[in-house]
Write a protein of this length. Structure first.
Length: 259
């Protein structure tokens, strides 16, 4: 394990039910996924990054994007995301690995660096954001052995689809910490899951994006203080809707197992 750097694995696929092809939707003339990579490339604590996509032919376009932009990639299971993450981490020697999703085009590399630094400083096995942070800054750092253990032990649909669920359920197995950086900001939605999210992010990029610099979390908050009407664009969408669907699948799985 590197003692001061991590590798980022970006989960990316075209098959979104709410906003198909969302990861390649345009923001300031570039695909959203390009912005995720570009922003992460400004990190001081990321040794490398790669994109973990699926073997579904619909994701051939993601592979093309990676090849065109010189980005390492891995192809794995579409629905078993935990397996995809584990196999990608194993193939690329990622230890520790920081989990990023491709629907976070305003991911803040400074916050990513802080999470990595605190992961090492506290000698944690798992470390991520806690408190009330805007939806769209999510990142979580895992020791490789945690991913491997979760991969071996997790059985529920939610645990296979969402990488951090199993480790989060087992504090007796892992040293887990969270960065309470924000409070009172949970109502902000900066992720890309719905068409309204795209309109919001396009408005943010139109106002803040410059090719030679990177706007920060603080600049987004200042923009929203100046133009509070922007928050209304995608207000009212349920946070973590994908996770809620997975929990419903858990109930069906357990019911079938008992019968």
């Amino acid at each position: 394990m590197s003692r001061d750097h991590a590798k980022a694995i970006i989960q990316a696929r075209m098959g979104s039910t709410r906003l198909p092809g969302k990861i390649l939707k345009p923001l300031a003339g570039k695909p959203a996924l390009w912005h995720v990579v570009n922003r992460l490339n400004r990190s001081r604590r990321l040794k490398d990054l790669l994109i973990a996509t699926t073997t579904n032919p619909d994701d051939d376009v993601v592979v093309y994007f990676c090849r065109e932009n010189g980005i390492e990639y891995f192809r794995g299971s579409e629905n078993d995301v935990l397996d995809r993450y584990y196999q990608a981490s194993k193939a690329f020697g990622a230890d520790p690995v920081i989990r990023i999703t491709a629907d976070c085009p305003v991911i803040d590399p400074a916050i990513v660096d802080e999470v990595i630094e605190k992961f090492f400083a506290g000698d944690y096995d798992v470390y991520g954001l806690g408190g009330e942070f805007p939806d769209g800054l999510d990142c979580e750092c895992f020791a490789f052995w945690v991913l491997e253990d979760a991969w071996r032990c997790a059985t529920l649909p939610s645990e296979r689809e969402h990488v951090g669920i199993y480790p989060g359920k087992h504090p007796e197995k892992y040293r887990k910490g969270s960065y309470e950086k924000f409070s009172g900001l949970a109502h902000h939605r900066w992720t890309l899951d719905e068409e309204a999210d795209l309109y919001f992010l396009q408005a943010v990029y139109e106002r803040l994006y410059r090719p030679d610099t990177m706007f920060s979390t603080g600049e987004i908050l200042e923009l929203l203080r100046r133009e509070p009407e922007l928050v209304k664009i995608n207000r009212g969408i349920t946070r973590n809707e994908g996770l809620l669907k997975s929990l419903v699948q858990d109930e069906a799985y357990l019911k079938e197992k008992r019968s």
